[in-house]
Design a protein around this ligand. Structure first.
Ligand code: 5GP
Length: 144
């Protein structure tokens, strides 16, 4: 499948971008439609459409750069009190650009950002059942 998205043009310097950080593997830049002021996206320079396609070492680097950006947001004039990481993997999860990206979202009281969710209270047996299923899948993935 064609890995091209607008983020390929951003990496190549072909689209206007407000860059925050860059190294040989990773680029961080301002989201063009920030949900709060200072909203940054961290992406691998090599496109991967999904987490499953992303080199795990590169995934680790995305998180490391995200951590540093989070610290910088707190020290910068953005002046946030907190930070959320958000990553949408798949259409159902809200992914719109199919080039993996970590949202680093600065938070201040009353900024209006939030995730809507309805937490449930499953029985321990249900938690154990799903834990076993996920654990089994992890074992199969590790052996591939
Ligand atoms: P997703 O919903 O896929 O997790 O988020 C995609 C993000 O990319 C959105 O927050 C959107 O504002 C941002 N975005 C989409 N196109 C561009 C662009 O051309 N430039 C920048 N800087 N951000 C973009």
């Amino acid at each position: 499948m064609n890995p091209y998205t607008i983020f390929s043009d951003i990496v190549a310097g072909l689209a206007p971008t407000s860059r925050v950080y860059e190294d040989e593997d990773v680029l961080a830049f301002m989201d063009i439609r920030p949900v709060t002021p200072g909203h940054v996206l961290v992406i691998p320079k090599t496109p991967a459409r999904s987490l499953a396609e992303l080199d795990p070492a590169l995934g680790g680097k995305l998180f490391q750069v995200g951590q540093r950006v989070a610290s910088a947001l707190r020290e910068s004039e953005v002046g946030c009190d907190g930070v959320n990481f958000f990553l949408a993997d798949g259409v159902t999860a809200g992914q719109e650009v199919f080039h993996v990206h970590l949202h680093v979202i600065p938070r201040t009281p009353g900024d209006g950002f939030g995730l809507r969710a309805r937490p449930t209270s499953p029985a321990r047996a249900d938690l154990d059942y799903l834990a076993g299923s996920i654990s089994g899948a992890l074992g199969r993935i590790a052996n591939r």
